[in-house]
Design a protein around this ligand. Structure first.
Ligand SMILES: CCCCCCCCCCCC/C=C/CC(=O)SCCNC(=O)CCNC(=O)[C@H](O)C(C)(C)COP(=O)(O)OP(=O)(O)OC[C@H]1O[C@@H](n2cnc3c(N)ncnc32)[C@H](O)[C@@H]1OP(=O)(O)O
Length: 289
């Protein structure tokens, strides 16, 4: 399997995105998996994940997300608010059908590398980012949220990294993004227990920054967050963020190929397939109860 070839075609631009040189072609323009709404007056862009019914994260969604991030870098937007256009779900995490049953190596490697790429682009974006968690955000959904700089969440939803209870170990770059948000011991507890926290619990431990009651409030709080940078030169802000996040970024950039190989091997193990299969079945059965 030629991971290096794939990584060349799908790699984080040098200088962590200040120069945008990734080649992107929308894989799914007809499906409109990501909606973008730029407010010309404020310069703020609202990016909505739009893969019904629960925004499970597929290869096509990751590719489109990367394309949108490139566009926003080019447009030099003032800030981005990431939200969902699905009812009650911010994102249900990785699309389990990308992992089960026995994905082809070719599809899985592309899927994983575009997942990495999406994280790199979001984590290193030059503009400020807010996650408006307007629904449940388990696993990969939580990864999107913690990769933003600021988190707002509606009441009564759940957020967390629930890999451990289903026998999966979150990858190191995901752990690093969590550690960047939460003090060490809370991050470790959240990962090892795999508990999904409700909005209030997430606020109490600092996983989210504010609880908001509706979208209007979320946009107003986001605007306040972006305004804190109005008097800071954009380049200085961007470089400060990217240098601050450099170790986390480099950990993945240096290990993309081995990270992908490791997860492919893990996913294809019969025991892992069995665990994912019964987990997926339990999700489907829950509906019948
Ligand atoms: C599970 C093993 C993962 C192995 C990964 C290895 C890599 C590990 C390290 C990397 C770290 C970061 C990556 C994390 C891994 C993941 O993200 S795996 C996905 C984990 N996601 C979840 O555990 C959430 C599962 N979903 C739910 O709990 C609920 O759907 C919901 C609370 C989000 C929403 O509930 P509700 O509104 O009641 O909708 P449902 O009726 O449950 O769902 C509607 C429909 O969608 C299907 N579905 C839900 N989630 C997924 C998904 N992630 N992938 C694919 N499909 C999903 C669900 O089965 C329903 O389908 P049907 O209508 O029944 O056909």
């Amino acid at each position: 399997m030629n991971f290096s070839r794939l990584i060349k075609n799908c790699s984080i631009p040098s200088r962590w995105l200040l120069a945008n040189n990734i080649r992107y072609q929308s894989s799914s323009a007809a499906q409109n998996l990501i909606q973008v709404d730029i407010n010309e007056e404020t310069g703020v862009s609202v990016v909505s994940l739009n893969r019904k019914p629960v925004n499970s994260l597929s290869l096509e969604l990751f590719k489109d997300f990367c394309g949108v991030m490139d566009d926003l870098e080019r447009e030099k937007v003032r800030g981005m608010v990431l939200k969902s256009s699905c009812d009650n779900v911010f994102s249900s995490g990785l699309d389990i059908t990308e992992l089960y049953p026995n994905p082809s190596e070719e599809r899985f490697e592309a899927f994983w590398l575009w997942f990495q790429e999406s994280w790199l682009k979001l984590y290193a974006s030059s503009f400020p980012t807010v996650a408006f968690v307007n629904g449940h955000a388990p696993a990969g959904g939580c990864v999107f949220a913690i990769s933003c700089e600021y988190r707002l969440m509606l009441p009564y939803y759940k957020i967390g990294l629930n890999e451990a209870p289903v026998g999966i170990v979150a990858t190191e770059w995901v752990m690093n993004s969590l550690r960047a948000v939460l003090p060490g011991k809370n991050a470790e507890r959240l990962l090892t227990s795999g508990r999904l926290l409700d909005t209030q619990e997430a606020f109490d431990i600092g996983l989210i920054d504010q609880i908001v009651n509706n979208e209007e409030e979320a946009m107003a709080r986001s605007e306040e967050f972006f305004a804190t940078f109005d008097n800071v030169p954009k380049l200085a802000r961007a470089l400060t963020k990217q240098v601050y996040r450099k170790n986390d970024l480099n950990q993945l950039i240096k290990n993309r190929s081995s990270d992908a190989k490791q997860f492919l091997n893990h996913i294809l193990r019969p025991e892992t397939q069995k665990i994912i299969g019964s987990y997926f079945k339990s999700l489907k059965d829950r509906k019948k109860d």
